[in-house]
Design a protein around this ligand. Sequence first.
Ligand code: G1P
Ligand code: ZN
Length: 544
Amino acid sequence: MQTKTYNTAPYDDQKPGTSGLRKKVKVFQQPGYLENFVQSVFNSLADFQGKTLVLGGDGRYFNRQAIQIIIKMAAANGFGELIIGRGGLLSTPAASNLIRKYHAFGGIILSASHNPGGPDEDFGIKYNVGNGGPAPEKFTDALYQNSKIITSYLIAQFDDIDLDNDAELEIDGLKIRVIDPVDDYAELMAEIFDFKLIKQSIAAGLLSLRFDAMHAITGPYAKRILENELGAAPGSVFNAVPLEDFGGGHPDPNMVHAHELTEIMFGDNPPVLGAASDGDGDRNMIMGANIFVTPSDSLAIMAANARLIPAYAKGIKGVARSMPTSQAVDRVAAALGLPCYETPTGWKFFGNLLDADKITLCGEESFGSGSNHVREKDGLWAVLFWLNLLARKRQPVEDIVHEHWQTYGRDIYCRHDYEAVDLAIANEIIDHLREQLDSLPGKNWGAYTVKFADEFSYTDPVDNSVSSHQGIRIGFTDGSRIVFRMSGTGTIGATLRIYLEKFEKNIRNHDQDAQLALAELIDIAEQLSRIKKLSGRTEPSVIT
Ligand code: G1P
Ligand code: ZN
């Protein structure tokens, strides 16, 4: 194969964040920017010659150009086979499945997840390892080091590949397979869930749904699975055509951005289930008629009912949640006598626990949940989990949630995000919080007394690797918590996140509005952090 070496100079900003490298499209379009990063990925890998790489993305602006470049770079660097989703498309969970199913060496996924797309918006790229999951920190650290000393990259000299038709090609010993992005994933879902039961329930009129694909990658997946295979009424899946700019929207499945769905679910004659997924298909939002299920509650409810799902009928091994996720799932684990792990934010921290079979289900408050079926969070999987659950229980979502709270108590929860805060101010806020930690235990605000205050550090129980500076935690004697973190996925300034949570055992207090129930904690959070005061904001940019 004819390859060419191009000289380059390093960029100093290629440090991957919570989930790969995310920057404005314009940043990625700088000469050699994408190439430097991809070559640095390959320079951080060993023994991949002749092996398989999975390639696909969420279809956002620049996906098609980037994929052609990566194909040629992977070829020049010595991969033996490339498996590419048709159109250059693969949802993140589908890519994870392909890596596992075809025993690929790894995969490159092009996505900035739920961030907006388009020429002036965001692009992203992440590398997943052979277990199908995001590369661990030791890899991303090495990659960043390599990106700072890179001097050249390699590109094979051949024409762009036709990605719009399924094909099996060979170019000088390199195999390229362009495959249907949905087939293998749909097959996996049918192995996990009781498709027959869901189908019967839909046909009998017991189950109805609306799914908002937000003009992102899950459109084709949801159409095929929910409408074609399970028989949901045509149009149940809406905003189903993936667009390079997501129709100008922000493909983040929460009640702010999936407002169309929210209106349906709180409007007249809502369906039994409402759901949405994000740009790359790994997030999910679950709603019922007149109810929003917080992701933390959704995870807890899944854990409590896992035995109703064929793949988990024999029971689950354990559960894990990211640190800022509410403690609702902990209560289920305690009741079932299961281990429960608290990990730093980001799906990569679940990989070892899943690989070692210590957990079966895991999730994050940021609209992510998943299981051992792949090594990424999985939006449609969560929707199918709920459909299967609803088909088994034949109850409205609202009743399932309320019964869950009756059994375990309710962890009233919400997150406040302050986006695009000046980085220096954000650092000052976090530093100031850090300085107060030692003096906080024992301090009172009304009924709240601080039990502990620390900066979360995690020791992976499988490989003993330590990840520190993972967020400021303030725990109160009644189990309430306030957590502060700086986002690792934003592309402008800093995003500060405040996570608030309060436990309510008393059924009579379960029907409260979360913002009102958390008002006192919200106030304490401001007193501690002075976010509003220092950033000049009067309210959070987004509340979820
Ligand atoms: C955010 C979420 C985190 C999730 C990540 C990727 O990261 O908070 O839970 O894993 O996106 O979807 P953050 O911006 O907070 O670093
Ligand atoms: Zn995503």
